[in-house]
Design a protein around this ligand. Structure first.
Ligand SMILES: N=c1c2ncn([C@@H]3O[C@H](COP(=O)(O)OP(=O)(O)OP(=O)(O)O)[C@@H](O)[C@H]3O)c2ncn1[C@@H]1O[C@H](COP(=O)(O)O)[C@@H](O)[C@H]1O
Length: 202
């Protein structure tokens, strides 16, 4: 965020500014709400989008009941300083109807589920449930986590030599899952790797 809260012109529209929510991966507009100063401050503090709900007449963190939070990745202030564009990683469907956007659109992106899975793995690391395989892997430490990536890679190599589509794709999924676990264990994200690939692409 390269502006200060004092830069936002809340007074232009009686203390509220529109906040347009955009998926950081697909760049699709997901929903639109309003923010006052307090909801903006809470958004920054929790790193989750918090609106001022005009119908509820209170601060409303999107996802507070459904769990479908909007994790904030970047906040931009427009040229008139009276409208916010907030890029997010949505935890689940955005609209209360269950749709991906409030305009009933499907958020088509192969990458999106991987980012969602990444957020699930992060939560397994931070709040490990007893029954989670992922949490049990984290608990075993780096040697086991890295070893699983190696094992799954070898299994994929073996399947690559045959023509069994089902086994090849399933081994691919196993490898990708364990690779995401390793990235998470090491404290890195898909975006960190993407950044390097983008630089190579230039
Ligand atoms: N995508 C996966 C996924 N892919 C593979 N696996 C597990 O990875 C393991 C690898 O298979 P192996 O045959 O090597 O397992 P294993 O012999 O029991 O493993 P080791 O004893 O060698 O450790 C299996 O137990 C699979 O169930 C996964 N476990 C979890 N997820 C996803 O991770 C998220 C969190 O899940 P939980 O950790 O279960 O809460 C959810 O979205 C899950 O769908």
């Amino acid at each position: 965020m390269d502006f200060k809260i004092e830069d936002i012109d809340f007074e232009k529209m009686s203390g509220l500014v529109p906040a347009i929510i955009q998926d950081q991966n697909t760049l699709k507009v997901l929903m639109q709400g309003f923010m006052n100063k307090a909801s903006f401050e809470k958004t920054i503090k929790d790193n989750k989008v918090c609106f001022y709900s005009r119908s509820k007449e209170r601060l409303w963190t999107k996802g507070e009941e459904s769990g479908n939070f909007l994790n904030v990745k970047e906040i931009l202030l427009d040229c008139d300083k009276d409208s916010l564009l907030i890029k997010v990683d949505p935890v689940g469907p955005v609209c209360h109807t269950g749709s991906d956007t409030c305009w009933d659109e499907e958020n088509k992106s192969e990458g999106r589920f991987l980012h969602y899975l990444e957020s699930v793995l992060e939560s397994r690391k931070n709040a490990p449930p007893e029954t989670s395989y992922t949490a049990s892997l984290f608990a075993k430490g780096i040697n086991k986590v890295a070893q699983k990536v190696g094992e799954e890679a070898v299994e994929l190599v073996i399947e690559a030599k045959d023509d069994n589509e089902y086994l090849f794709l399933n081994e691919s999924a196993d490898l990708m899952y364990h690779y995401l676990v390793l990235l998470q264990y090491k404290g890195y994200t898909i975006a960190d790797v993407e950044q390097i690939l983008r630089e190579r692409h230039k």
